[in-house]
Design a protein around this ligand. Sequence first.
Ligand code: SF4
Length: 457
Amino acid sequence: MISVMTGVYLHIPFCKRLCHYCDFYSATALGLKTEVLEAMRKELSYLADFVPDRTASTIYIGGGTPSLCSVHEIAGLLDAVHHTWDTSNVVEVTLEANPDDLDLIYLRELRTLGINRLSIGIQSFIDRDLKFMNRRHDAETAIRAVGLAQQAGFDNLSIDLIYGVPGMSTRDWAHNLEVALGLDVQHISAYHLSIEDGTFFGRMQREGRLKPVDERISEEQYALLHDRMAEAGFVHYEISNFARPGYQAVHNSNYWNGAHYVGAGPSAHSFNGTHRRWNLANNRAYLDGFADGRWFETEKLSEIDQYNEFIMTRLRTAAGFRAEELVARFGILKLRKFIRAAASLIEQGLLIREVVLGRESDWTEVGRKESLRSEGDTKSKSDIVRLSDDSSSGVCLRLSGDVRAIGNVSGHETGNGGVECRDELCAAVDDKDCRYRIGYEHFLVSDAIIAELFDAG
Ligand code: SF4
């Protein structure tokens, strides 16, 4: 179900210096900061007309480098949000920060403003890599920043890391993961380096001075990331995001779940389900456009655009989507079209089709038994999970390479803490009772998988 509440995003388009990989809009000249922040405060009230509900669910101050703003400037922006939006239901207020901007006084003051989640851009704990990426902090500063944030009382801390960096070995990456896990943070975002046009690295690549890492290394580092994080108790809930249970980022999860959002500031985007709008990605142009009432462009999404967006955002997450959601939004014919497009991906094991019966929210895992193996299928791995203490009901989870069935199978106890798996259960379900998702092992190539599912019209 799509929440009608709105995520509010504020883009601070300033950085002290530009990192070599970064393609977010940001300027190093700070001369327009006061003017831009003033325009953003006004823009927040105009944005309220773009969405049907002025109730904010989350506030996210990103950039750029929000920690270049003083406490007074952040307070001014938050006041403007509170002035226009009903913020009584806001569950998460995040601020992105660079490690070398943080001291205890600043952090404590941020907490008093209601910021309850801090996202610190660390990227690596190896000074050589930090220099290579043109980051302005070193490893020691990064570690100290996390400690200071904890001392200031932040108990929902996220850090960003980058892997797949030329010159960073898998051993280096393992070191970064161990240091990160030793910091006792609640959330880790780990991105594979992508070399974008218009960045310093993009230019180096064009000039033949930078080669992306070998795919084998990418896969190795990704597998290490997934396995190590899972072992440490983190939930891998989106391609690049890992959280301790209960600490999934609400603001970003809302993007992936198709919720509405508004963005203030140069280059910020807004989305209301049917329209997308984006602001001019240049501070001077944004200010001039703001004065003339022309600081953004809008696009109406066709039904095909909306459908493709649904597929693209939902399949980024480990949960994927339930077919009944697709039917509710786009109709049963669209589901049938999806199933046709998905068939070969499912067969290749790139997309997982799960049969879901009952309410997932009722499930509690109480037993697990590995016993059922389809004869002759050497790839298959079966696993029975009983998810209820009530012996008259249970849930069968059958993993057989490409199909996973989950459903109530009352009265079929195996006597082993499991529940008998019945093939007819899988066969009898309605297509609407299925969930589709990409397995972790294919997240690295998810863009290619998703592209095959797009409706070309
Ligand atoms: S990565 Fe962050 S600090 Fe670096 S240039 Fe981009 S926005 Fe600025």
